[in-house]
Design a protein around this ligand. Structure first.
Ligand code: ACO
Ligand code: LMR
Length: 264
């Protein structure tokens, strides 16, 4: 019989051996002929399947809304400082990307994990939030430095509006909104943030599309695919900030002494 030489790598998402590359079995020519967008490519390469148009449109909206949030946020600040230190594009980009994490942009997976667990266990928002407080864990997806009850995040509203119109169910998002209603009774800035909106809505997308088994949804949440949306999106803005600083020929950045509290 045939003897198969052992391989050192297993790969299941793409194949470049034929006449044209394939993403999850779909040839490049078909991707172009069918007028697929970046949401479809993400569906194929991350989820290994073609998703319905409203899902790929939602993914594209997440990417567009998170592409940038001005020069003052953690990621852009790092990128700007790095570009002004004369570093190259990749160094400037990754220096910004490295700030993405539990406080900034990288709370999407934890928001999905905690909202899913609390919703599926039937916890009231009070039980969920107070339970997290007892454990000393901040509620991922809640809270913002500059947004608050009277200055809500437009991006969250836009995502909610799209999902309410196009998703078959928005039960996880509604649960997140109930959590927000409770946290807003504690402090004005404990709003549902863009990470929390994407985390809860992606649960609705996964559960409502009928394209994923329960086990697959658990795996996606457990592995943590969803921060990838913010990383991918914000790379667009961070690359833009790098070009901006280079175009403006900005000198080396040095933080002013006056803005530091020197103390013992
Ligand atoms: N859950 C519970 N309590 C909170 C939360 C939260 N998510 N956020 C703030 N608080 C409360 C806490 O009591 C905190 O006191 P502590 O320091 O003793 O825990 C108090 O508010 C003040 O906290 P600060 O860190 O000063 O609040 P700030 O406005 O600076 O924090 C931040 C903003 C970092 C986003 C925070 O709300 C947080 O950690 N949220 C969870 C992570 C998250 O969702 N990040 C994504 C933000 S959106 C984005 O980056 C694109
Ligand atoms: C962002 O998208 O970068 C922001 O929500 C974070 C911030 O500090 O404004």
């Amino acid at each position: 019989g045939k003897v198969r030489a052992p391989t050192h790598i297993i790969s299941t998402i793409s194949d470049d051996r034929g006449e044209e590359p394939c993403y999850a079995g779909v040839p490049m020519s078909s991707i172009i002929e069918k007028g697929f967008g970046v949401g479809d490519v993400i569906s194929l390469l991350w989820f290994k399947r073609s998703l319905p148009r409203y899902c790929t449109h939602f993914i594209e909206i997440c990417i567009m809304l998170c592409a940038d949030h001005g020069p003052c946020v953690s990621g852009a600040h790092n990128t700007i400082v790095t570009a002004r230190a004369g570093k190259d594009l990749v160094s400037s980009l990754v220096s910004g990307l490295l700030t993405i994490g539990p406080r900034f942009g990288g709370a999407i997976d934890d928001a999905a994990r905690y909202f899913k667990d609390a919703h599926d266990r039937g916890l009231t928002p009070y039980e969920f939030v107070e339970g997290m407080k007892k454990k000393g864990i901040r509620v991922a997806g809640i809270g913002h430095r500059i947004k608050n009850r009277d200055n809500k995040d437009k991006r969250v509203e836009l995502l909610q509006k799209f999902a309410r119109t196009h998703f078959p169910s928005v039960k996880y998002m509604e649960y997140a909104v109930q959590v927000e209603t409770y946290t807003l009774t504690k402090a004005n800035n404990l709003v549902l943030n863009v990470d929390g909106a994407i985390g809860s809505l992606f649960l609705d997308l996964l559960a409502g599309s009928g394209m994923f088994t329960k086990q697959e949804i658990d795996e996606i949440v457990e592995i943590g695919y969803l921060n990838g949306l913010f990383v991918l999106a914000r790379s667009i803005g961070l690359i833009g900030h790098t070009f901006d600083q280079k175009r403006l020929k900005q000198p080396l950045y040095r933080h002013p002494w006056e803005d530091v509290l020197y103390t013992k």
